[in-house]
Ligand binder design. Sequence first.
Ligand SMILES: *Cc1c(COP(=O)(O)O)cnc(C)c1O
Length: 405
Amino acid sequence: MFPNYSTEKGVKTMKFGTKLLHNGNEIDPITGAASIPLYQASTFHQTDIDHPGEFDYARSGNPTRKALEQTIAELEGGVAGFACASGMAAISTAFLLFSAGDHLVVSNDLYGGTFRVLTQVLPRLGIEATFVDTTDLTKVEEAIQANTKALYIETPSNPTLKVTDLRGVARIARDHSVITMVDNTFMTPCFQRPLDLGADLVIHSATKFISGHSDVVSGLLVTQDREIATRLSGLQNALGSILGVQDSWLTMRGLKTLKARMDASTASAAKIAEGLKRISGVERVFYTGLAEHPGHALQASQASGHGAVLSFDLGSSERVRRVLSQVHLPIVAVSLGSVESILSYPAKMSHAAMPVEERVARGVTDGLLRLSVGLEDADDLLDDLERSIEGRRLYSVGEWRASIV
Ligand SMILES: *Cc1c(COP(=O)(O)O)cnc(C)c1O
């Protein structure tokens, strides 16, 4: 039996919020501790060398990491989970399921780090990718070649939140006997469960919503295919792309409040998206929760929420700079998915390396800002954004921070 597979009965039928706290991995089996201890050990005493225990060396397995891996497998509805040193470690490990001569069809609206691995690392190993607009299923199917092994999707995409039909992609993949891989970082299993929609492999940067506190870098993989699980287990052990003990614990700690955080931040994001539309100076708002968003209905058909990330276009880099210098509440930073709101400038951050024409063609203009909504009061956030966009802030953020102590 595959070591990560939990046969716990009952867990499957519980609601998500309950499952986060009661999934069979929340209590330490040795001591009964209500928080899985940090098993800060690299090696394990073998009482009987002919019958080694479950754990021998922590690259192959560690009880703290195992609890997280089984938890994410339960939450995504897979047979096995893997915790890796970062989202990119998880993605890179998954890409090494492929070999020289293999080909992948990939969303062209992709996380920059994934784009870098696909264009700078995998070609050296003889693994090629074709980038297509996966919101158009015809284009996905047309890009499939005789040597294609997988379709790789991010939905909603970053930062303009284009929605790809996950059921449709999985159907095409099955017709062509290739696998579907989905980066589910923006939605988390709280809102979107790609395995239930026919995907084979789910990927997370758990650095974002899953951990949720801007204090850990972490990545997760889940599959519902036993053969893929066995191969990933071998790769994780061979490559050593494991998540450390402390970071496994922090990721589990964050995960417990995932639903409460996602629900609250999503409700605020919806309010802020509507509010931004009424502010003069905001030319466009991208949020799948808005009825006018082209992916609105599709998103509602495959996910139970619209998430806490939105973006808006101020029309020029001058206005962006003014807002970034005046805004008080969101931190100005890369990353997303935390308890504090995070405002990012994709043109200078996530998409800085992309040629300008390509970037603008993807809607990542010089005036676009991405907001990851945290747990501050939505009215305060909107008020802060409004004053900053309209240039009504009397104090710089530095002066303001100095004044609140
Ligand atoms: C951040 C991110 C990644 C990379 O994860 P790291 O934890 O930073 O390595 C991958 N995909 C998406 C969608 C992300 O937002």
